[in-house]
Ligand binder design. Structure first.
Ligand code: ADP
Ligand code: BMX
Ligand code: ZN
Length: 291
């Protein structure tokens, strides 16, 4: 069986053909459309999947947003250009003529990363630091999606009551400070208007403001990880997303985590599947959840 795996993020859309041994046979990526209306997203998905779908028997989507009954509902619509609802499974069924399933991107990545971990690890959290900050929780060896699909959305826990307003409606969420969008929104002067990738490039060249913005994100992540340890007793935290995987970011998070009391420390590592974790997790989910 070949799965057409699709990863929908706030910045990029990826698709891959994945075989039943979870090997990627083909892969493509396009930017998430700038105008994120339902029509624009549908057109982009068509462009993304058409070259691959004829070789697949089903599709499997990992998507940003709360995913329930195949429908995407944004918790932070500003990550998707204001798009708050999108009928993911119906749209992709119509585009491809295939059956399929969908789940949240970070939940999917948690599933893929948990595979092949030592059996002694029963509790793990995956965190993506990307356009937003997302999370997926493995509790006692099982992915926790929650009755409404919200479980693991740790980007919307409180980091600073005096912090910036988050697109989800709260103030001072982890995501509003630590995510790619959060880093970019706080940039001023010569860095104003740049995206997080460009700010990382400035930091690598020693720009003091860029270094401080990234340190603020990493410190916020470390506090989130301490909170997650207190909540879940996770034995390992796995970090993904383009910022989570960026050069030098994880060691900074580790540095700030080491300043927390020892009870709140946990093993921290980078996603083994790098930017493919969501795609592979969706393919894995489909193996168990497709009727
Ligand atoms: P998505 O949110 O669509 O899953 P990514 O995981 O690529 O996508 O995250 C996008 C965010 O990561 C953007 O804010 C972008 O500026 C930033 N980014 C992309 N590449 C890099 C990089 N090499 N280093 C640091 N930040 C990056
Ligand atoms: C947001 C939320 C999460 C998602 C996370 C990371 C939306 C649209 N998304 O917190 O569901 O997991 O961003 O998403 O409300 P990404 O686009 O950064 O991968
Ligand atoms: Zn929020």
């Amino acid at each position: 069986m070949i799965a057409l795996a699709i990863d929908i993020g706030g910045t990029k859309l990826a698709a891959a053909l994945v075989d039943s041994a979870l090997q990627i046979i083909a892969r493509r990526e396009i930017p998430t459309p700038a105008s994120q209306t339902p029509d624009a997203l549908e057109a982009a998905l068509r462009e993304l999947v058409m070259p691959l779908s004829l070789r697949a028997q089903h599709f499997a989507v990992a998507s940003t947003g709360i995913i329930q009954n195949g429908v995407l509902t944004s918790i932070n619509p500003s990550n998707l250009g204001g798009l708050s609802h999108f009928p993911l499974v119906d749209c992709l069924s119509a585009l491809t003529g295939l059956p399929g399933v969908a789940l949240n991107d970070a939940q999917a990545a948690a599933l893929a990363e948990y595979q092949q971990m030592p059996p002694a690890i029963r509790d793990m959290v995956f965190i993506t630091v990307s356009t937003g900050v997302g999370g997926g929780v493995i509790h006692d060896g099982q992915l926790v999606t929650g009755s409404g699909g919200l479980a693991g959305h740790c980007g919307h826990t409180l980091a600073d009551p005096n912090g910036p307003r988050c697109g989800c409606g709260r103030t001072g969420c982890v995501e509003a400070i630590a995510s790619g969008r959060g880093i970019a929104a706080a940039a001023q002067g010569e860095l104003a208007g740049l995206d997080a990738k460009a700010i990382f490039a400035h930091a690598a060249r020693g720009n003091a403001q860029a270094v401080a913005l990234i340190a603020r994100s990493a410190r916020t992540l470390a506090r989130l990880i301490a909170d997650l340890k207190a909540l879940t007793d996770c034995q390992r935290v796995v970090m993904g997303g383009s910022i989570g995987l960026a050069d030098g970011y994880l060691p900074q998070v580790q540095h700030y985590l080491a300043q927390e009391p020892s009870a709140y420390q946990t093993e921290l590592c980078s996603a083994r599947h790098q930017s493919n974790a969501g795609l592979l997790g969706a393919a894995l989910w489909a193996q168990g959840h497709l009727q």
